[in-house]
Design a protein around this ligand. Sequence first.
Ligand code: DQA
Length: 143
Amino acid sequence: MKKILIINGPNLDMVGIREPGVYGSQTLSSINCEIKSYTESVGIDCDFYQSNCEGAIIDKIHSVLNDYDGCILNAGAYTHYSYAIRDAISSVNKPFIEVHMSNVHSREEFRHVSVISAVCKGVISGFGKNSYILAVKALEEII
Ligand code: DQA
C-alpha cells in the first residue's frame, strides 16, 4: 500500500479559531478526518503531522525519504522565507506538493513569494480544506 505524509506548519493548529473568514471554521483535526476518509477510500495509507517549529518540520521532511512515497506540505508562513525547509525538500528524493488553504496570490504581497515551490512537484492554493484532497489526488497520480 502506498503511504503518504501530510505536514502542516506553524499556526495551522489554530485553524477553526484563526481568521475564520480566510481558513474556515473547521478544526485541523476534523479536516484531517475528512482527508483520512478519502485516502482510505482510495487505498492510500496517510499520516498527519503538525508543528510550529521549523527544525521539527525539517526532521519530519527527512523522514519522508525512508518512510513515505510522497508528501503534502502546508508550510504556513515558512513557505515565504524558509530556505532551510526548501533545502530539506531538496534533500529527499520523493514528490512533495505545496498546499495552501487560502489563495496566497490574492493576499498580501509577502505571500506571493514561495521559496519552496521550485522544489515541489506543484502547488495547490485557494480551495480551503479541499486543497488537501486535491493534493492527494495529484499525488496519487505520481506515486
Ligand atoms: C497558508 C498561507 C500562508 O501565507 C500563511 O502564513 C499560513 C497558511 C494557507 O494555508 O493558506 O499560515 O499556508
